[in-house]
Design a protein around this ligand. Structure first.
Ligand SMILES: [Zn+2]
Length: 868
């Protein structure tokens, strides 16, 4: 699946666990006899690792025969019938099926044709062991389907069962390692289309209904089983002897016509590329995809029937090159999942990162050559390194491979470490193994486990057989443990060396990594590949001239916490903007920012360098990178007095950037940085004129959300007109949703402390937290740096609410809540409040503990810097 970028900042989970998926649970429970079917064997809610382990050991040959009758009206019930066939090894224990709707949704249960004495516990149906046979079993259940994972709208519906949401709709074994064949029959309104994983084999209309049957699927986990039905239009095309079908609801036929050729071509070329890379043909028969308006993700890789977010696939005429690149990547990513995830599936969702990272890795290989104008290495650097470091540098970081004791917590695995660090790590793996060995290993892995399940450690073993590198040790450092190496440049007496150490006391990990070190002297640049394996690696220096700077991250590859040598640091603080290669500049910025956070570069020096650099930086990715660092440094790390001193210069540079650049996206980037950092009377007057539509910024069209943001930024600065501006902005809105959001946020930046108190107090009621993005926006203004002194009193109650936030909110909400709460603070007292809170908690959930440490990292560092 491909999640939107905005959603990538998510909760985390603890530690590493050895996932031997067999044995231990059975040993513990094998003493239960046949007559001994008890309450105390009842499974816990959700799908626990223990339950999944036990079932994977005992149950095999699963086959689902499913039938659903879907009425047109979304409020009417969907009735279903499931016949589940399987073999069971251990008939001494009751059979546990997963089904979470209320007990009265179950109409009948029979086993082998006889009524069952089943029981219902939360999320499960329990069939007594006495009704089971050791060979063939057939459990037949008629039921009303739960709607929670069926996404029903008036004219269409679609399933979305990842990670374990199939059992919210129908009874099943809802775990990835009990793959099954599915045979599906759907009865839908006659004017609806229906699509599922396999080919349609039967189609019969009776009155206003049509009954459709599909061929048996290849073995699939429940999370990849899918169907969609509704008023869809269908386009089809043939490419190289293979047919593709696209289902969609777009009414603009010109838009469809404009896009469809490219969309079919992208699928066909991705498939061919993958067949050639893996040497395994596409194994799921037909190839359909469904474009769904407002789909939850960018795409979801259901075998034979990919679902996409329509807006990512059907582009407007004005689409930018970036949007086209994103579309190509989305298609290549989901297509790559047909091998990575669908053909070979993780044993358990703790390895979900693997299918994601390999799908993304393949997508980049497939797509990049078609976009030669894009600097892909710089894109990779700016997209992945800063967010990976943002978590990995904190006390709240965690390994890529995490423990997961119940699938109902699977959502919490997603976060920067999976999305941003894992791609960096796999690229490193390709460098240290060599691309051919990695490809060969992946081929062997896909072949050995096709239609089955595997773990990361299976791949580690296969790769280990192909190289002298100790892949298991490599995996321990990069995947199974948390954090990053500290790497120090030693440049003295004409010798150059890099020395690594483990920042975590008592662990002594050693990372193997490839670095493309850049040496610069005068106009000469040399790139030297260095493989860091042991604690220290010596690098031969060119005879002359002596390097003016040594940048271990210069090639955009190396990952870690780098301590530069003194002369390089001094050189970069003077001359970074003169470096010719945009990738080198990007890498230097990322490195200097980390040096600043580690207090080896003064914040004021960093900010001054950024201001100088912006005057000549012309690469959009670097401008974005510098502006985001600048904003952060300005508000968080500069003492008030420096902030005041530098304010006018900063605003001049940003306004000059707005005027100088020609692309509208660059102008927008500069404008948004200006809006966020403006503090001088002149700057505020200018912003107010723009908001009043009395001043234009040539080449930049401001939208309703832009104007709303301007009004809020002006108000939080407590300018005299603040209340009038907020009132006028409210009246300006044409869009009712945006107006409602604005009205929700307004009290959070009122100039009256009582109003702000009341707004914050309201948040303790879950009903007032439903619109989570509204809440986070309000919190960001409540805790704006200019208001931080008055809002420190909200820190403790916000921390106290976090457990409830997790219980009642979306998976991303706890991290968003903490980021918005702590983001504006930089004082010792605020840091103390957080530390005290953590120190007095007993049995505090580790995942929340980590979230707090991640969100508080900037605060802790800023408080130590002693700016305030
Ligand atoms: Zn994916």
């Amino acid at each position: 699946m491909l999640v939107f970028e905005r959603q990538r900042d998510k909760g985390t989970k603890k530690g590493i666990v050895s996932l031997c998926l067999c044995g231990f649970f059975l040993v513990m429970t094998a003493c239960h006899g046949k007559d001994n079917v008890k309450e105390n064997t009842d499974p816990e809610p959700g799908i626990s690792l223990a339950l999944a382990t036990e079932r994977a050991e005992s149950i095999s040959g699963v086959m689902y025969d499913l039938a659903f009758t879907i009425p047109a009206a979304a409020a009417e019930p969907i009735n279903g019938k499931a016949t589940i066939r399987f073999t069971v090894k251990d008939v001494t224990r009751p059979l546990v099926l997963d089904f979470s709707p209320d007990a009265d949704y179950i109409k009948s249960v029979s086993v082998g044709g006889r009524p069952s004495h089943f029981r219902v516990v939360k999320d499960h149906i329990i069939i007594p062991s006495s009704e089971l046979a050791s060979d063939d079993n057939a459990v037949e259940i008629t039921f009303r389907a739960g709607d929670a994972s069926l996404n029903r709208s008036p004219e269409f519906m679609y399933t979305l069962f990842v990670p374990a949401r199939a059992h919210l709709a129908f009874p099943c074994f809802d775990q990835p390692n009990l793959k099954a064949r599915f045979a599906l029959e759907l009865t839908v309104p006659a004017d609806w289309q229906a699509v599922s994983n396999a080919t349609e084999t039967f189609h019969e209309q009776a009155g206003d209904r049509v009954r459709v049957r599909y061929a048996e699927t290849q073995p699939l986990p429940t999370y990849l089983f899918a169907f969609a039905a509704g008023k869809f239009k269908m386009e089809s095309a043939e490419r190289n002897g293979r047919w593709f079908r696209m289902f969609h609801r777009e009414t603009d036929t010109k838009k469809v016509d404009r896009n469809k050729k490219a969309v079919f071509d992208l699928h066909a070329s991705s498939l061919e590329w993958l067949e050639s890379y893996t040497t395994i043909p596409y194994r799921f028969g037909k190839f359909d995809f469904v474009l769904i308006p407002s789909f939850q993700f960018g795409g979801m890789e259901h075998a034979g029937a990919i679902f996409y977010n329509e807006s990512r696939i059907l582009l407007d005429e004005s689409a930018t090159e970036t949007q086209m690149l994103n579309r190509a990547e989305t298609i290549a990513h989901e297509t790559a999942h047909m091998w990575f995830g669908d053909l070979v599936t993780m044993q358990w969702f703790n390895d979900v990162w693997m299918k994601e990272v390999f799908a993304q890795f393949m997508a980049a290989k497939i797509v990049d050559p078609a976009f030669p104008n894009v600097n892909h290495d710089l894109r990779f650097l700016t997209a992945y390194y800063p967010p990976a470091y943002a978590v990995d540098r904190t006390g709240g970081t965690h390994p890529i491979r995490q423990e997961l004791s119940n699938l109902d917590e699977a959502g919490s695995l997603y976060g920067n470490i999976i999305y941003d660090k894992a791609p960096i790590v796999v690229r490193q793996l390709e460098y240290v193994l060599g691309p051919n060995r990695l490809q060969d290993g992946l081929r062997a892995y896909l072949k050995e486990f096709q239609f089955g399940n595997a773990t990361w450690l299976d791949l580690v073993r296969i790769l280990g057989e192909r190289t002298k590198l100790d892949v298991a040790a490599w995996s321990r450092a990069w995947v199974e443990e948390s954090g990053r190496p500290s790497i120090r440049t030693v440049l003295e007496g004409g010798r150059l060396a890099f020395v690594q150490s483990d920042p975590q006391a008592g662990r002594s990990l050693r990372w193997t990594e490839r670095m493309d070190v850049l040496l610069g002297a005068g106009q000469t640049l040399a790139s030297i590949p260095v493989e860091l394996q042991s604690e220290r690696v010596e690098v031969p220096l060119p005879h002359s001239p002596a390097p003016e700077f040594v940048l271990p991250t210069g090639g955009g590859l190396a990952y870690g916490d780098f301590t530069l040598d003194t002369s390089t640091r001094a050189f970069l603080l003077q001359r970074l903007p003169e470096l010719k290669d945009p990738l080198t500049r990007g890498a230097a910025w990322v490195t200097l920012w980390e040096e600043m956070l580690d207090r080896r570069v003064r914040p004021l020096d960093f900010v001054s360098l950024a201001l100088t650099a912006l005057e000549r930086e012309d690469t959009e990715q670097n401008v974005r990178l510098i502006l985001s660092y600048l904003d952060n440094a300005f508000w968080k790390f500069l003492p008030d007095v420096s902030r005041r001193e530098i304010a006018a210069k900063l605003e001049n540079v940003l306004r000059a950037g707005m005027e100088r650049t020609t692309s509208s996206t660059m102008k927008a980037t500069y404008f948004s940085a200006f809006r966020s950092t403006v503090t001088t009377p002149d700057g505020l007057a200018f912003l107010e004129l723009v908001w009043r539509r009395e001043q234009k910024i040539p080449g930049l069209t401001l939208s309703e959300p832009d104007e709303a943001a301007m009004a809020l930024e002006l108000a939080v600065r407590s300018i005299p007109e603040a209340n009038a501006i907020l009132g006028a902005q409210r009246d300006r809105f044409m869009n009712p949703d945006r107006k409602a959001r604005f009205e929700f946020v307004m009290p959070a930046l009122s100039d009256s402390p009582e109003t702000r108190d009341a707004w914050f107090a309201k948040l303790s009621n879950v009903g007032n937290r439903r619109r989570e993005p509204w809440v986070t926006e309000g919190l960001r203004y409540l805790h704006h740096p200019l208001r931080a002194a008055q809002s420190e009193k909200y820190l403790r109650p916000s921390l106290e609410l976090l457990r409830e936030i997790q219980r009642t909110g979306d998976i991303f909400f706890p991290k968003d809540w903490m980021d918005a709460t702590l983001g504006g603070h930089n004082t010792r007292t605020a840091a103390e409040t957080v530390r005290t809170f953590l120190s007095v908690q007993k049995d505090y959930p580790i995942r929340l503990h980590r979230i707090i440490l991640q969100s508080a990292d900037g605060l802790f560092r800023a408080a130590e810097t002693g700016g305030n």
